[in-house]
Unconditional design. Sequence first.
Lengths: 394, 519
Amino acid sequence: MSDISRDTMLLTTPFHSRVEAMCDLNDWGNWMGYTTPNAYFDIELEYFAIRSTTGVFDLSPMNKYRVRGPDAQRYLDRLITRDVTKIGVNRVGYAIWCDDNGQVIDDGTIFRLEDQDYRICSYQRADDWLAWNTLGFDVTIENESEAVAGLAVQGPTSCTVLTLLGCTDINQLKPFGIAHYTFEGRPLMVSRTGFTGDLGYEVWVPPESAEALWDQLFELGRDYLIKPIGSHALELARIEAGFLQANVDFMPAEEIVRVGRSRSPFELGLEWLVDFNKPLFNGRSALLREKAKGSRYRFAMLDVEGNKPAEHSFILKGDKQVGTVTSAAWCPTAKANIAYAQIEMPHGAVGDQLVAEIYYQRELHWTRLLAPCKVIDAPIFKSPKRWQTPAPPH
Amino acid sequence: MTDYDAVIIGAGHNGLICAAYLAKAGKKVLVVDGRAEPGGCASTREFAPGFSVSDCAQWLSQFDQSIVKDLDLGSAGLKLGEPKATISLQSDGDHLMLAGDTISGAGVDSADQAAYRDFKNMIRSFAKLMTTLYRGRPPKLVEQNWTDRLTLMKLGVGLKLMGRERLQDLMRIALINIYDVMNEHFSNAALKSAIALDAVTGTNMGPRSPNTVYSYLHRVTGEHLAQTGTTQVMGGMGAFGQCLAAAAEKRGATLRLGSAVQAIVKTEDRVTGVTLASGETVSAKLVISSADPTTTFRDLLGYDQMEAGIAKRVEHYRSRSGTAKLHLALSGLPEFNGVTADQLKERLVIAPSMDGMETALNPMKYRELSQLHTFDISIPTLEDPGLAPTGQHVLSAIVHYVPYAPDIGWEAGKPQLLSQLLSELEAYAPGIGALVSASELIVPSDLEASHGMTGGNWHHGELSIDQALMMRPFPGSTQYATAVEGLYLCGAGAHPGGGLQGLPGRNAAKEILKRGALS
């Protein structure tokens, strides 16, 4: 042992000792300032754990903000674009929030824990924006990102594994529902939420419980082929399932430096999250104007011919470049080559035939491929298990 | 059906002018104000038995002549005093006299006089350009429409016509400070500080603060707008308020004084009226606020009633002031060293050296009392004896470098500051202390309370480039419309800013009519 302490630039999550032990590839990435595995042992096999058995993903680096006080609901209702009053106690809602120009700052989930007690789980740090939003509201915001450790437990056998862990009747939990348990004398919260488009849960515990939780999950789940998954496998699953990723599919409005690089909900295909029946929410005026005037871009899901992922491709209509790809993957379960693209209006309507200009190389030999593609209207991977209650047995 | 086409918050000069213009166009307008008298900062008050004073603004120097004409104020009984020269008092009694473009005394030589004439010509040409911008709505730079393009085109032509050298001068000095500009043009210390005083009074700044050239130019626009020189209003400033109120009422506007607006009412996604302190609600198609932006958005509408970005802008909006008022009831006419009895009716200023003025800013910044102040003095009773008992006088002074909230608190701070100010005056007017039969010190927080101006800032927000023109009061709420549907601004917090010039009220009314917001 060296007595020279070494401060690292990246933080570790409460699961780190266990994650490190299982990270056979020693392939690490920087996720929002935390050391997290890109892959543990094999990206494809990790991906298939999500789709066929159970994959466990450490999502502790997600930002968690507790919103409490007499005005908590009113505060959130002005913050996000959808109607927060429709989220009941012990329910979760997917939401986006915009700046006054109607440009998306981030997306995330809103957990309603009590009547006037919510938790926002967001991809980006949001301390500054959430603090400014408190002006005029009797509400407190607490950043509890480090006080809550989280694991996504996703896949067809996940319900069984959590039942073994002691989460009684977890199979009765509806999608976007929340259930509370105790684990070794400390609270454990389960939400039926996730980023994979399949049956799956997110488990939230105090950091002190983290290592024991990991150990027991993998112990109890061994027969159900539980596997840890890294960010690359999750990326495949989320593209297949149709989820957007901040900083990948859109730039958070608070972070852009160049004019015009942010996107509105309409431009990201998220208009279903915008409720103009609410008289006030951040971005409402600008979004009404945009609705009347028309948007600059359209978000399109593309089914690309062939099997070469259209990563970073230009999208062409005839000879004209009309868009660029933000996310792309060959999706193993759906057996489809999917790309998300931002397409200049008026192109990119469902059914539109476009061309992806794909570059790929084999042994330093670059090839340019013009792959026809078609705009599809829904995510390619649809699992009925995602919505079934009680959760189906495997 | 709404009760009124428009409810105007505040019966200050801008609110009344806006009301008069809208009423003249046939609109049904109600003006409400918590104060018992109309006029806002154009107010007169008895501060000691028998002694009345213009208790906020004391000079009229910028009031736009087009409003006098449009509202026929000449026949409405407005009486102004004689234009004043400025006498900058020197401790040796050899005072600097500024009258029009000529200067004399305080050792100025012919070189200084020539430099002053050149300087005034330059400043006047810049101010003329600003006047063009001031008389209309500020042009937006990005989302241009034809009105804005035309304004920008006119501005461009104006800049071109100034000639290359002038244009270079403007670009060079517009964003710097008055201290550097003074040193560049003049060698006479008294002259430098007399001009610097005009650049800082009414602000939260010292001569070396950026934006002081802009605040000086803003003041000089008065030479184009008013063409009256610096004058006093006979009967006190309140008479000016009364005159504007009469003009508004004559055109059909209704005034409700002594009934403060408690809140701006928002129904669904737009503003629909106001509630009064009595609890009564008045509905209107538009609410037009002449209150300052902070009062309007934070206190009357409420931050929870707007998108968060607006609340953030309001919080960032700067409206502190370091300017107070000193009112003295004098048992006789004071004597100032080296000032003839006849000269006492002029505008007397005490401006220490520019370095002294800059040094005086430091304690103010750190919430302490300064040991040095500037004074802008009026003895209105010389021209208007009715303001005091026969043979007695009123001295009213605008005093700069007074903190908004000193750490020692105003209860302890006021007597201290009062005796400090009197001793500073005593140096120029020996024996004045013995003549004082009553006194009153109005600090910025008093002005905030009495006249509803956040920070006591009489411009309703610091006059600085980042809060001016198409950014006044802040982006998203310019051109008199705000980011909140149905809510407009017509006070000094809107373009072109503060001082008794009336343009925000007039421009707002014109813009509202032009947009057809009331049709």
